[in-house]
Each structure stands twice: as structure tokens, then as C-alpha cells.
Design a binder for this molecule. Structure first.
Ligand SMILES: [Fe+2]
Length: 450
């Protein structure tokens, strides 16, 4: 059985299906029949078209929603630069990255007291530029409290793929509410206003974010696998319309070109009474992933673990893949079962949600839940010395690996830079990661043996 949250009572109801055209009304009759923009919308609502792709994008890629709301999003005062800016960026919002070829590994990231989802965001890595809609940013969030009352946030720069590592997030979005627990992910598309509250009793929250500056995530093609397995379409969940009729003072914080701006308004941005379309936030329980693997011999490429992919214009090459390593059975015979040693033209940023990862037994810092590692373009890596020894001696009986564990990878075709914070200020980079992982590999070569 999958390790999921689906047996835990849910707080909200959802619309099921990835990339589906959905509609939802918090008040029956709020959506017009047979048209998008009537002269006088029901209940005195305003109609707002919300585009996630160019108007002229091909039909199969076109993403948009129609929001029927109390006041349009345009009803706000001018934006002003926020007092506090995102770490890791210049005064003009340009991400400041160092490009280094070393393998990097971080201890679990700290959760400072008094931080929330937004103020506790730290830029770790990335590539490209949101102004030209190219590349991505990788962040860790660490929050000990809910976002400030009456504050909402949106990113004009990209889609947020949020991977929760600890603590549940109660995410209120313009299109409705998502409860995102450990082992679940959420995608908040570019422009969607949202706020993040911590859930009582679930403790501090920590996790990872991939902000995708270009395109949107989609399900990977399955090719010869057929029409099922991996992340199944029906398991993605979109929120139901939810609104509040609130005329108090609100602050909307925008991430725009790497800088933060605040605008005030005298109404809640969460006033969408009904919506229809295919541009919406969604969540997914990683425990529902139907994992496949080798049933004969040899270790397949990790692309079989792809949950979501954001393709680049080069066919088969992703700006970002979101890949997971769930609990699974290893049954391959006569083979070295863990991942092989390799060098990759892609960059591999990994995080650990829970448990331990089968290619790293750890040691001296190790790969721990809430930590991370980065193996950049052509960065040589593979099992550490202990894992290698164990795997060469293992009896190749069917074996369950990763019980209670979930590791993930953000894999990108781009060379990922790292920020000063992630390299130095944090002081959490494991200086000896390389030495402790591969410096202890023994020579095994003997021309006389076979
Ligand atoms: Fe790798």
C-alpha cells in the first residue's frame, strides 16, 4: 500500500484531475452559462480573465481561468518597494550566484523563530532570469509562524512548486484553499495570490521551493510504460472556490523581477466567489506515486521517478524535472542495485523529506531530512564508500528500500549557481562531503583476479 495521507481526514474538498478544465462556485449560479463576460454578472460580481499562457498559445498548451470576484485584482494602491528584500539578490533583484564544480551538501536548514513562509525564504541555487522568463530558482522556506494577518503574496516571476518537508501548510489562494501536509506538494502558478498559515499542532514548517521562470509543469509522457503509473492524472487536486467578503486593510506583496513590492488595498484579495478554467493551483500526495523499476537486471535511469516536468524547447530536455524516490522493492538480479557512479549534463539538486536515501548511508553530516545536496553539470557522484561496499556484498533477495523515506530531486538542464548565503553565511555546507563520500573508496583493481 502507498504511504499516503489519504486516510487522514481532509479539511477541504477538491476537484480531481491534472490539467482538467474545472469550474467551482461558492454561491450557486455565480458562473454565467454559455459565456464568459456578461454585461451584468450575477450577484454584482466583477469578471476577470487570468492568463497563464499567451492568448495565442496552442490549444493544448493554453492555460487560463475566469474569476468572478467581489472586486478585480486591479483595485489596489500603487506598489512600493518592500522594506525587506529576498536574500541572495542584488539591489536590483538580480540573483547573485557563484558557479562552482564541487559536489555540495548541506545539513538541515535552520528554522529561525519569528519567521513566516515569506520572511523565512532563502535562495539557495538557480539559473536564468525571471525578466526574460528563463530558468529557475531553488529556495528553502523555514517558518515558525503563519504569515502576517491580512498579507497575501504572489510571484510574477514564476510558478512555485512547494515541497513540504515538515509541518503542514494551510494555503489560501484566490481560487480556494489547499491543505498541504508532509509528503505532499503544491504548485502555485505565476500570479496567483496566496497566503500561508501554519496548521495548529503540526509544528514549525520547512520545505523546498522550485520557482519555474518559464512555462508550466506537466505530467511526463509515459511512452512504452503505457497509460498509467508514475503520478496518475486523477490524483492531482485543485481547490474549490472559497471567498471572504472582507473590507479591512490588506497588504499584497509581489515578487517582480527578483524584488519584493507591497501594495495596500481595502479588501481581501481572496474574494473569488466562482471560477472556471484550467489555470489554477493544485496539490499532490507523493504517497500516491505508482513507482516502477527493474524486474530483471540493472539500475534504470531515475527519469522513471518523474512526477512533473517542465520542458525546455529542446525535445526531451527539461528546464526542471521533479523526481521522487519513494519506498519501493528492489528485485534485480546479478546487478549492482544502487545508482551507478555517473556524471550528468543535467544538474541534480536533491532534498530529503524523511528517512534515509539508499545511495547514501550518511556518515559525518550525512544526507539528512531537511538538508540538501547539489551535483552540478558533470559533477561526478554516486554511492559513497560504505554504500558501495554494502551493495557489492548484498545478497540479492527482494528487498524493500526507503521504508518511511522520501527523497526528491530537482533536475535541470541548466548549470545551477549557488548563493553566498548557501555557500558561506549559512556555514552549513559540509566541507568534507566529497572526501567522506568518495575519498574513502578503496582500490579494487587486480589484473590477476576475475
Ligand atoms: Fe545523480
Amino acid at each position: 500500500m502507498p504511504t499516503t495521507n489519504f486516510d487522514v481526514a481532509e479539511k477541504y474538498e477538491y476537484l480531481n484531475g491534472f490539467g482538467s478544465y474545472h469550474e467551482s462556485e461558492a454561491i450557486p449560479g455565480a458562473l454565467p452559462v454559455g459565456q464568459n463576460s456578461p454585461q451584468n454578472p450575477a450577484y454584482g460580481l466583477y469578471v476577470e480573465k487570468f492568463s497563464g499562457t499567451a492568448f495565442t498559445a496552442p490549444r493544448k498548451e493554453n492555460q487560463q481561468s475566469w474569476l468572478h470576484r467581489i472586486l478585480p485584482a486591479a483595485a489596489h494602491e500603487p506598489f512600493e518597494k518592500s522594506e525587506k528584500q529576498l536574500p541572495g539578490h542584488s539591489d536590483r533583484g538580480i540573483a547573485q550566484f557563484e558557479q562552482i564544480p564541487n559536489q555540495l551538501r548541506w545539513d538541515p536548514f535552520d528554522i529561525a523563530s519569528g519567521t513566516d513562509f515569506l520572511s523565512g525564504l532563502e535562495l539557495i541555487s538557480g539559473a536564468g532570469n525571471p525578466a526574460t522568463k528563463t530558468g529557475l530558482g531553488i529556495y528553502v522556506y523555514a517558518a515558525s509562524q503563519s504569515m502576517e494577518k491580512n498579507q497575501a503574496f504572489y510571484s510574477a516571476d514564476g510558478d512555485f512548486l512547494i515541497v513540504t518537508q515538515q509541518g503542514a501548510l494551510d494555503i489560501q489562494t484566490e481560487l480556494g484553499k489547499l491543505l498541504v501536509r508532509t509528503n505532499e506538494i503544491a504548485v502555485i502558478p505565476r500570479g496567483v495570490r496566496f497566503r500561508v498559515d501554519l496548521v495548529d499542532g503540526s509544528g514549525d514548517a520547512r520545505g523546498y521551493i522550485l520557482e519555474l521562470f518559464q512555462g508550466h509543469f506537466q505530467l511526463p509522457d509515459l511512452g512504452p510504460i503505457g497509460s498509467n503509473c508514475l503520478a496518475n492524472t486523477r490524483d492531482f487536486q485543485a481547490p474549490m472556490a472559497f471567498y471572504e467578503d472582507d473590507q479591512s486593510r490588506w497588504r499584497v506583496t509581489a515578487k517582480f523581477g527578483g524584488q519584493l513590492f507591497d501594495a495596500r488595498q481595502n479588501h481581501s484579495p481572496f474574494d473569488v466567489v466562482a471560477w472556471h478554467g484550467n489555470y489554477y493551483p493544485y496539490k499532490y500526495d507523493l504517497g500516491r506515486f505508482n513507482t516502477i523499476g527493474s524486474i530483471s537486471f540493472d539500475h534504470p535511469d531515475p527519469s522513471i521517478f518523474t512526477v512533473l516536468t517542465a520542458p525546455s524547447p529542446v525535445v526531451g530536455t527539461a528546464v526542471a524535472d521533479f523526481v521522487i524516490f519513494p519506498p519501493r522493492w528492489l528485485v534485480a538480479e546479478g546487478t549492482f542495485r544502487p545508482p551507478w557512479y555517473h556524471r550528468n549534463t543535467m544538474s541534480e539538486f536533491m532534498g530529503l523529506i524523511s528517512g534515509s536515501y539508499d545511495a547514501k548511508v550518511g556518515g559525518k553530516g550525512g544526507f539528512q531530512p531537511g538538508g540538501a545536496s547539489l551535483h552540478n553539470v558533470m559533477g561526478a557522484h554516486g554511492p559513497d564508500a560504505n554504500s558501495y561496499e554494502k551493495a557489492t556484498k548484498a545478497e540479492l533477495a527482494p528487498q524493500k528500500v526507503g521504508d518511511g523515506a522520501m527523497a526528491f530531486m530537482f533536475e535541470s538542464s541548466l548549470m545551477l549557481g549557488v548563493t553566498d548565503w548557501s555557500l558561506k553565511k549559512c556555514q552549513k555546507v559540509q566541507d568534507l562531503y566529497n572526501e567522506h563520500s568518495w575519498g574513502e573508496l578503496k582500490r579494487r583493481f587486480s589484473p590477476l583476479s576475475k
